[in-house]
Structures are given as structure tokens and as C-alpha cells.
Write a new protein. Structure first.
Length: 269
């Protein structure tokens, strides 16, 4: 679910489900179907554990003395600002009470904070690789966990193994509740790097004037099984592949074909 749809659902849940809401101070009924301007008399926060009420109120932009319209774009912007922090799983802003003058409202920000990670672990990963991955991922204890964090970490892990020739790496992000720490989880990256992908054969189409053996030799890091060289790896290095394609064009240029270019290249595995 994307951000804008989430914000819309939250606003509808807060502002549209109760067509009328009973307020505490003088039992005034607020009709949410008729927008009305209110002066903010105060703001309270509930559901927070890691952030102070002042921090949340500051981010929301709800300041005492400001005038807002309920329902309206003002409330939508407040909810969206809090969502953009990516620290919360749920956000709601409601009128908690109204002053007898009926022009001043007191608001409540109700949040559900994302769980914090008490421990990051790996399975299916060698000890030395774990250290390198931790440096790349820059993960820290106490950091919030979200789908965005999981996807970003997964992409980094897959890219790490791609550079080593493992193009079919699978990553399963596993989470479980930490029973010792409040609102915390433990996250494990279960990695199956699969088999290393090696280059079996390089073929060329449209080349009629330059020997294939010369073209293959021009690519320093992309080698197939036709060249017997115990010091040359046959693994596919995605990072070096663009450089070798440029070397391939240089080989054509040296042979006098200045306009040579690669029309298309395809990799099968």
C-alpha cells in the first residue's frame, strides 16, 4: 500500500467513520461532515514509547494558537508529515475536546510506533561475509524496522553476492518478537546464495571482420571456457561487465571500425 493511499485511509477512518463525535468538556457534538475552523488550544499524544510528546508535536506542526479546518487539508498534511518520518505504523489525529466558546479545540495525536530492532543476525552467511555485510548495511540496534528497511537491506545483500558471481541469491527476512525488550523485534537475514554463475560461452552476432578470439581477449574480466588460463576466473562479474563492453568496442576501433557499436547484449542463466 503506497503512502498516499495509507494517508487517505487514515483520514477517512478518523474523520469520516464517526459522522458525529461526543466530546468531553461540555458534550458538544461535532459534525465532521461540515468543515469548521478551530483555534488549537492544546495538543496531547498517546501511544508513544521512544519519542517524547514534544518531538511528535513539533513534527506534526500542530501548534497552540494556530487555526485549522476540520476536516480539511490541514489535517491531511499533519497526518502525512508524521507518516513521512517512517517511524510509525499507524497515525491518527482527532479532536479530544472543545472549549465552551466552541471556537477552540484540543487535539490528540494517537500513534503506533514501529518496533525497534534489538538484534540483527544472519544465517547461511560466512563469518567474514557477515562483517562485510554489516558494514554495507549500516544497521544499528534500536533502529526502526519497516518494509522499506527490509527491501533496502535485501537489495544490498543481493548486490554484494552478485559482485562475487552469485546471481541467484535469495534473501528471506525473518522477524520475531523480542520477549525481553518492549516493542522490539529480532531480525534475521536468511541467505541462500545459490550456485556461482560462470560464463560458459560468449557469442557474437554481426561480426564479420574481426576474429572472435581477439574480441574475447579484449575483455579482461569477462572470459568463457574457450581460453585455458588457470589465473583467469570464468565467473560473471556484473560490476566489470560494462568496462569489458567498452574494451570490446576499442578492439573494433583498433581494427579500423570507428563506428562499431553494440546494438544489444543478452545474458542467459
Amino acid at each position: 500500500m503506497n503512502l498516499r493511499r495509507t494517508v487517505l485511509l487514515v483520514i477517512m477512518a478518523v474523520l469520516s467513520v464517526p459522522a458525529t463525535a461526543q466530546l468531553r468538556q461540555d458534550e458538544i457534538t461535532v459534525d465532521y461532515n461540515s468543515p469548521k475552523k478551530y483555534v488549537i488550544g492544546g495538543v496531547s499524544v498517546e501511544g508513544n514509547h521512544y519519542f517524547s510528546p514534544d518531538q511528535i508535536i513539533q513534527v506534526s506542526g500542530l501548534q497552540k494558537g494556530l487555526t485549522v479546518t476540520v476536516p480539511g487539508d490541514d489535517m491531511a498534511s499533519i497526518v502525512e508529515r508524521l507518516w513521512l518520518q517512517r517511524y510509525f505504523e499507524d497515525v491518527a489525529v482527532v479532536i479530544d475536546s472543545i472549549a465552551p466558546s466552541r471556537d477552540t479545540a484540543f487535539f490528540k495525536i494517537s500513534i503506533t510506533e514501529r518496533p525497534r530492532v534489538s538484534r540483527w543476525t544472519f544465517s547461511g552467511v560466512r563469518q567474514g561475509e557477515q562483517k562485510e555485510l554489516l558494514e554495507r548495511l549500516n544497521l544499528r540496534r534500536g533502529g526502526e524496522f519497516s518494509d522499506y528497511v527490509a527491501k533496502t537491506a535485501t537489495d544490498i545483500i543481493k548486490r554484494y553476492y552478485k559482485e562475487k558471481g552469485f546471481l541467484l541469491t535469495e534473501v528471506n527476512v525473518q522477524t520475531r518478537k523480542d520477549t525481553l525488550v518492549r516493542n522490539a523485534i529480532r531480525v534475521n537475514f536468511a541467505v541462500n546464495r545459490g550456485r556461482k554463475v560462470k560464463i560458459k560461452k560468449i557469442t557474437f552476432t554481426g561480426n564479420e571482420n574481426v576474429k572472435e578470439s581477439k574480441l574475447v581477449r579484449s575483455m579482461k574480466k569477462t572470459k568463457d571456457a574457450r581460453l585455458i588460463n588457470f589465473f583467469s576466473s570464468k565467473k560473471f562479474n556484473e560490476k566489470e561487465y560494462p568496462n569489458d563492453k567498452r574494451s570490446l568496442i576499442s578492439a573494433f576501433n583498433e581494427a579500423g571500425f570507428r563506428d562499431a557499436r553494440i546494438v544489444r547484449d543478452t545474458i542467459y542463466y
